[in-house]
Design a protein around this ligand. Structure first.
Ligand code: HEC
Ligand code: HEC
Ligand code: HEC
Ligand code: HEC
Length: 459
């Protein structure tokens, strides 16, 4: 975003007067007179700056040894519109949290004109040149959301942050949209297409992998520069790896003891040592499973990898998605080899490999966004391909959640019910079974065999 002196193009106040987007709910749909009202009353982003004053944030700051979170760029980058802008913005602008400009773009050069007739005649390219972001399709939406919900070079949620108490970040576009109150009228938009939900899932998976790979490339590049300069490098960066390969639980010991649980995650055995990939299918034991990584090696980003791996299984054959699987496997092998090694040449190779994966994933997202129709078809056999295809992908909690979200996108087609998922018995039970237990910040006690039985009940 480019700054303007008073931050007017970034301030929600510029959009939220009652004659513009700050009118009553259910108001004029043609000009979206209600958008800022909906955002202010029910959007999680409206409170993002206030979050930085909450006890959890203050505790994080103390543990990290940083100043008050609301003055720290490492927090403001995702919790306000102070993104990539050097000069500190006025408090009145920051307090909007993740405001209109965070998604729609800095309005300094289109604020006056976007309510005129001439605006309607502008091409998408003209609007984009003025700094306006077109958010109609899942491709652009995913790009915008991933900036903060996955991260990038300037929005870096690293292991110090999660260890200090920040929630771990997850990204799956279809369900993120479903949980988000809609502040616009979907009629006549790309969103009202019957396959929008499925397309959001598919494009979102490829775009998420693209963002994760770019983040890795940025981290590796930064680390390599530090290593070459003889400085301390943040490498290996632990959030790049399977959290549960190192952590059996993320809960305080007294809480575990009170539940009679000392090791909620099975101790690593021969078959599972050091990586939680894959889980047994019917009639299989864990020992039957082939291992994909050497013992003692945490796998790279199980969340993004399992999600995107389903792309080539769930959608009609597409060369781009096959290449995606190959590139991902290559990067994972490279990261697994001597995974703690910090020689600059190796780290630079990782950066290059991650960059090329990002390119392939980006192309895949483009292809999926432009495909005439996306079917993550909900017939029995396709569902099985989606979630039961390869038992190795099944043992981890990440894979179980991703398969459930894929099922949701497949079963809940049609115009995306944003902000309000319709209840659906067995599917909701499946989702419930995967939630963190109260008082925990981790999926304590996940049982892959029980999950599989419950998944089989969704038909
Ligand atoms: C500038 C950073 C930023 C961007 C861009 C952004 N978000 Fe967020 N989002 C946040 C932050 C920060 C929170 C946490 C707010 C809080 O509770 O303090 C959040 C929370 C949420 C939540 C509620 C938490 C949850 O997981 O249910 C949803 C839903 C959400 N965002 C959806 C989206 C979607 C969809 C997009 C893209 C169209 C998007 N966000 C773009 C920063 C961002
Ligand atoms: C890479 C972007 C990013 C950065 C950097 C970031 N946050 Fe967040 N933060 C988020 C998102 C996204 C969420 C919502 C996560 C969710 O609900 O799944 C969130 C949620 C939170 C929450 C939990 C809010 C709730 O209601 O559950 C707290 C507290 C928080 N952030 C504080 C901080 C602090 C303090 C910093 C700086 C040290 C910081 N964040 C840096 C993106 C970020
Ligand atoms: C987290 C991202 C996000 C934030 C924050 C956000 N919006 Fe939106 N907004 C969207 C998306 C996505 C759409 C749907 C665009 C589409 O389908 O063309 C949208 C649509 C709209 C529309 C419908 C008109 C159009 O074609 O763009 C208006 C008006 C609007 N938003 C105003 C606002 C205002 C005012 C604010 C701040 C008070 C705001 N938005 C904050 C993401 C966001
Ligand atoms: C390569 C191993 C490794 C990986 C992967 C890893 N961590 Fe850690 N984590 C550690 C170590 C070591 C500590 C410090 C433990 C200590 O001091 O007791 C730690 C500390 C933590 C803490 C603080 C625990 C406490 O009680 O102070 C949290 C929370 C945490 N990690 C979350 C995560 C999350 C979430 C992920 C995945 C995104 C992750 N970690 C990935 C090794 C890892």
């Amino acid at each position: 975003m480019t700054p303007d002196p008073a931050g007017r193009g970034l301030a929600t106040a510029s959009c939220a007067s009652s004659s513009c987007h700050g009118g009553p709910r259910g108001g004029n749909h043609a000009i979206h007179s209600f958008s800022a009202t909906t955002w202010g009353e029910s959007d999680p982003h409206a409170g993002a700056y206030q979050t930085l004053f909450e006890p959890r944030s203050l505790r994080m700051a103390k543990l990290l040894g940083i100043g008050p979170p609301h003055t720290e760029r490492q927090c403001l980058a995702c919790h306000s519109v102070q993104e990539g802008i050097e000069r500190p913005l006025p408090r009145a602008v920051l307090s909007d949290g993740v405001g209109c400009a965070s998604c729609h773009g800095d309005a300094s050069r289109w604020l006056e004109s976007h309510s005129t007739d001439a605006w309607k005649g502008l091409s998408p390219a003209d609007k984009s040149a003025l700094g306006f972001t077109d958010l109609s399709g899942p491709r652009e939406r995913a790009r915008v959301c991933a900036r903060c919900h996955v991260g990038d070079a300037d929005h870096d949620m690293h292991h110090d942050h999660v260890a200090a108490g920040h929630p771990r970040l997850f990204f799956e576009l279809a369900q993120l949209q479903r949980r988000w109150p809609r502040h616009w009228d979907p009629h006549g938009r790309a969103e009202s297409a019957p396959d929008f939900n499925a397309r959001s899932w598919a494009v979102g998976q490829a775009a998420a992998l693209e963002a994760a790979a770019e983040l890795l490339a940025a981290r590796a590049t930064r680390a390599a520069v530090a290593i070459r300069g003889g400085e301390r490098a943040r490498w290996p960066e632990f959030t790049e790896f399977d959290c549960l390969a190192c952590h059996r639980d993320l809960a305080p010991a007294p809480v575990l003891a009170s539940r009679g649980q000392s090791h909620p995650w099975p101790l690593a055995t021969d078959a599972t040592a050091g990586n939680a990939e894959g889980f047994p299918g019917r009639g299989q034991s864990q020992a039957d499973l082939p291992r994909t990584l050497p013992p003692g090696t945490p796998g790279w980003q199980p969340w993004f990898v399992t999600g995107s791996r389903w792309l080539d299984r769930s959608l009609d054959g597409d060369a781009a998605t096959a290449e995606l699987a190959e590139r991902t496997a290559a990067l994972r092998r490279l990261l697994a080899r001597e995974w703690t090694a910090t020689d600059a040449t190796r780290v630079e190779r990782i950066a290059a490999e991650a960059r090329s994966l990002a390119r392939v994933a980006g192309r895949s997202a483009d292809t999926l966004a432009a495909a005439p129709c996306i079917t993550v078809a909900a017939d029995g056999s396709r569902l099985d391909t989606l979630s039961a295809g390869d038992p190795r992908l099944w043992r981890s909690w990440e894979a179980a959640v991703q398969s459930t979200l894929a099922l949701e996108a497949a079963c809940r087609g049609g115009p995306a019910p944003l902000g309000s998922a319709a209840p659906d018995g067995p599917l909701d039970d499946l989702r419930e079974s995967l939630l963190y237990p109260p008082g925990f910040d981790a999926p304590v006690g996940f049982d892959p065999v029980r999950f599989r039985e419950q998944r089989d009940a969704v038909r």
